[in-house]
Ligand binder design. Structure first.
Ligand SMILES: Cc1cc2nc3c(=O)[nH]c(=O)nc-3n(C[C@H](O)[C@H](O)[C@H](O)COP(=O)(O)O)c2cc1C
Length: 174
């Protein structure tokens, strides 16, 4: 079976190299609209989206995450011109699931309009160290909200093969 939705799902890749081109306002708004159209438990829409296009802020978060990870990584944002950080209330049991759905919606929507993206868990480290509160405030996370996931978006400058699909992950029961 084939249709545009299935093709977008099959052809999306995690993109780790971007051109310098910034997203247009229309592209950014398209992605944020798609994200907010995602389903959520009890329709709580528990996500908050913090959009960062300032390279100095990305560089500060990158440095903090790497310091807290104690790892010699390169740019955790892969040089993307736009990063969207999703925060949620950790006391709401579906925050992580709902933010995960929203971030995948952004990834598919980005692909469908010719952009590349990569979902990012590594920035979490910047929000867990002794400067967690500072970084939460910098990104305008509401009170008590915590980082859940991020996604880098831009014009792709490289692509990669599809990931191999692991066998034996499906059980037909009954
Ligand atoms: C929850 C989550 C966290 C991820 N965190 C990172 C990350 O911090 N850095 C990164 O480069 N890729 C990250 N990825 C991308 C995965 O490595 C990627 O999805 C996987 O290797 C499969 O490749 P594909 O997306 O091209 O199919 C993350 C993906 C998910 C779903």
């Amino acid at each position: 079976m084939s249709n545009p939705v299935l093709s977008a799902i099959s052809d999306r890749r995690s993109i780790r190299k971007y051109t310098d081109a910034q997203l247009t306002k229309e592209q950014l708004e398209t992605l944020l609209k798609a994200a907010r159209e995602s389903p959520s438990a009890r329709n709580a829409q528990p996500w908050r989206f913090s959009v960062v296009q300032n390279p100095d802020i990305l560089s500060e978060i990158n440095a903090e995450a790497k310091k807290n990870l104690g790892a010699d990584l390169k740019d955790i944002f892969h040089g993307a011109p736009t990063v969207v950080f999703l925060s949620g209330d950790p006391e709401w049991m579906w925050s992580a699931v709902d933010c995960g759905i929203a971030v995948q919606t952004i990834a598919l929507a980005a692909h469908s309009i010719g952009l590349g993206s990569v979902i990012l868990g590594l920035p979490d480290a910047a929000f867990r160290g002794d400067r967690a509160e500072y970084f939460g405030q910098l990104l305008k996370f509401p009170d008590k909200f915590k980082f859940v996931i991020a996604i880098a978006v831009g014009v792709p400058a490289a692509t990669k093969k599809a990931h191999p699909i692991e066998p034996d992950r499906v059980f037909y029961v009954g």
